[in-house]
Structure formats: structure tokens, C-alpha cells
Design a protein around this ligand. Structure first.
Ligand code: ADP
Ligand code: MG
Length: 263
């Protein structure tokens, strides 16, 4: 016997009752000038918790300035930037707290050259988060393990390859337990054979639910890990879409031109 098709209505989606989730990173009408150069023009960008946003665009379009503004390494002229619903603090302890909430991985590794790999990862937690040294060391070793460089813990940065140093930089950012990590062209200074070892760590992080804003032209990464691609040109967000749509069917002439040059 075939059971009669159920006629009971499926439960109504509960989304109408829930308030929309507040974005973790919120930018509205952000503008920035360097002298007469208008480098960020009315930038609106919301990034949800757990979202991975890839920012792509020609050199000079304002991608690094955007990252630096979110970390308050750069001030803005007007507009709003909020992290987790709060405006970015200007100074003092609050600013130090912001810097630990917003991790940053740069193109040029930026490890402390005169500190061991282990110390590079433990210093921030000990100084800023007041973690006890023993605990900081245990956490750092676990993170170095996770990015595949635990065996290098006692070496100095210069003794490591670029790919290893960049993985240490990621471990160092993670050690601060950030709410979001900004990556500014993290693989563009690496020899080609080291690019994937860094991207693999980033893909794993994305899969684990880390909120990430990643400036990169690595389309493989964008396709594997990004929820959204944001295309910037001349200080503006020109278009944004899921990676597949953006790469296969860019809407603007500027995006088509740009993709024509890098593909
Ligand atoms: P991108 O990362 O997309 O290459 P940037 O954000 O680094 O772009 O730079 C955007 C523009 O702002 C470029 O024209 C750059 O030369 C200029 N610029 C960046 N930083 C400064 C600065 N500190 N002083 C003056 N001009 C700057
Ligand atoms: Mg840049």
C-alpha cells in the first residue's frame, strides 16, 4: 500500500521571526583620500560571520587601503566601519583589542626577524591577551602543527622558506583568536612552488568557518573557498558575485578587461 501523500503543511520558515544577522564587518559610504587622490569611494561592504570574501582588482584600486582601514592602520575621511556592531576605536587599549580581533596577513610575511618562530606566535597572546607563557606556548605549538611547521619552532624566520614563513604568519594571526582575518596578497611574494602550501592552509581555515577577507588574484582559491568575489577598480566596488558567476560572466567592462589580463 502506498501511503497517501501528506497534506499537512510544512512548517513555516522561521526566518521571518529572526532578526537578520548583524554583519561581522560593516562598511558604509567609506571614503579615503591621499592628498588629491580619492582611493576609496563610497565603499559599502558587509561581511557575515563565517563568510569568505575575495577582493580582486587592478593594482592601485584601493584593495590594501581597504584592508588597512578595517584594521585601523589607516584612518578614513568619512563613512562608517564597524566590527561586530561597534565602531573602530581610535586609540589605547581598545585599539589593541581591535588589532587582536582583526588578524592581518601581509604579502611580505612581516615576522619579527629577531624572534624564534615559536616566539613570533606567543608574543601577541602573552602581551595583549595576557595568556600565561606556558599556555601560550602550548597553543602556539598546536597552531604551528596545524599549519605544518611545528618542527621549525625553534628556528629564526630567515631560516624558513617563504611559504613556511607565511604559514607562521597565519598561525601568529590565529593565536590572537581573531574574529576575522584579512589577507593582503598573501601569496604574491612567494615562489610559485610555495603558493599552494599557503593556499591549502587558507582553504582549510575557510572550511572551518573562519571569517576571511582575502585580497588575491588566485582564482583557484576563490573558486574553492570564496562565498563572494568583490571586484574593485579606481577605489570603487564595481561589482560582486559568487566566484563562478564572476569569473565566467563578469558584468562590467572593467571586470572583463581585468580578467582578460590575468587569465
Ligand atoms: P592596491 O592594494 O589595490 O594596489 P592601494 O590601496 O595600495 O591599492 O593603493 C591605492 C592608491 O593609493 C594607489 O594609487 C597608491 O599609490 C595610493 N596610496 C596608497 N598608500 C598611500 C599613501 N600612504 N600615501 C599616498 N598614496 C598612497
Ligand atoms: Mg595592495
Amino acid at each position: 500500500q502506498t501511503p497517501a501523500p501528506s497534506t499537512s503543511p510544512s512548517p513555516a520558515p522561521s526566518t521571518s521571526q529572526d532578526a537578520p544577522a548583524r554583519p561581522l564587518v560593516h562598511l558604509a559610504r567609506v571614503n579615503k583620500h591621499f592628498g588629491s587622490l580619492h582611493v576609496l569611494r563610497d565603499i559599502d561592504l558587509d561581511v557575515a560571520k563565517g563568510e569568505v570574501v575575495v577582493v580582486i582588482g587592478p593594482s592601485g584600486s584601493g584593495k590594501s587601503t581597504l584592508c588597512r582601514a578595517i584594521n585601523r592602520l589607516e584612518t578614513i575621511d568619512d563613512g562608517v566601519i564597524e566590527l561586530d556592531g561597534k565602531p573602530l576605536p581610535a586609540e589605547g587599549k581598545e585599539l589593541a583589542r581591535l588589532r587582536s580581533d582583526v588578524g592581518m596577513v601581509f604579502q611580505s610575511f612581516n615576522l619579527f626577524a629577531h624572534r624564534s618562530i615559536l616566539e613570533n606566535v606567543t608574543l601577541g597572546p602573552i602581551k595583549v591577551r595576557k595568556v600565561k607563557p606556558k599556555e601560550a606556548k602550548e597553543q602556539a605549538m598546536a597552531l604551528l602543527e596545524r599549519v605544518g611547521v611545528a618542527s621549525q619552532a625553534d628556528k629564526m624566520p630567515a631560516q624558513l622558506s617563504g611559504g613556511q614563513q607565511q604559514r607562521v604568519a597565519i598561525a601568529r594571526a590565529l593565536a590572537m583568536r581573531p574574529k576575522v582575518i584579512l589577507f593582503d596578497e598573501p601569496t604574491s611574494a612567494l615562489d610559485p612552488e610555495m603558493v599552494n602550501e599557503v593556499l591549502d592552509v587558507m582553504v582549510a581555515l575557510a572550511k572551518e568557518g573562519m571569517t576571511m577577507i582575502v585580497v588575491t588574484h588566485e582564482m583557484g582559491f576563490a573558486r574553492k573557498a570564496a562565498d563572494r568575489v568583490v571586484f574593485m577598480s579606481d577605489g570603487q566596488i564595481v561589482e560582486q558575485a559568487d566566484p563562478e558567476s564572476f569569473f565566467t560572466n563578469p558584468q562590467s567592462g572593467r571586470a572583463r578587461d581585468f580578467l582578460g589580463k590575468i587569465l
